[in-house]
Design a protein around this ligand. Structure first.
Ligand SMILES: [Zn+2]
Ligand SMILES: [Zn+2]
Length: 112
């Protein structure tokens, strides 16, 4: 379900790697997200993956070679196995599994 259909999604204020297995994103609306790399790879929105990854994914498919922020509205990830993933902020917020998002998925985000 797209939370941001009719609204501009929040933008990225900060991006950092958390150890070797997760990245953290701080948002302009005050939200903080932690994304395990395995989840990011599993939810890769590219045509080749199209959410078709099932079962165990290889270790090289969940290790990052490169992490970059493209402006404040997209994140680019390059994986050790050579795959490339591009997430928009809207896609990232949809897969956020923090306590706030999981407990209150329908909660309107006001952006302040
Ligand atoms: Zn992919
Ligand atoms: Zn969240």
């Amino acid at each position: 379900m797209a939370l941001w259909k009719s609204k501009t999604p929040p933008r990225i204020r900060g991006l950092n790697e958390i150890g070797r297995y997760a990245i953290g994103i701080q948002w302009t609306d005050g939200h903080d997200s932690i994304f395990p790399l395995e989840n990011l790879r599993r939810s890769c929105p590219c045509n080749a993956c199209a959410n078709a990854i099932e079962g165990q994914i290889p270790a090289t498919a969940q290790r990052l070679l490169q992490l970059s922020r493209l402006g404040d509205a997209a994140v680019y990830l390059e994986w050790v196995d050579g795959h490339e993933t591009l997430y928009t902020t809207a896609q990232l917020r949809e897969i956020c599994r923090c306590a706030l998002c999981v407990q209150e998925p329908e909660r309107p985000i006001t952006g302040d």
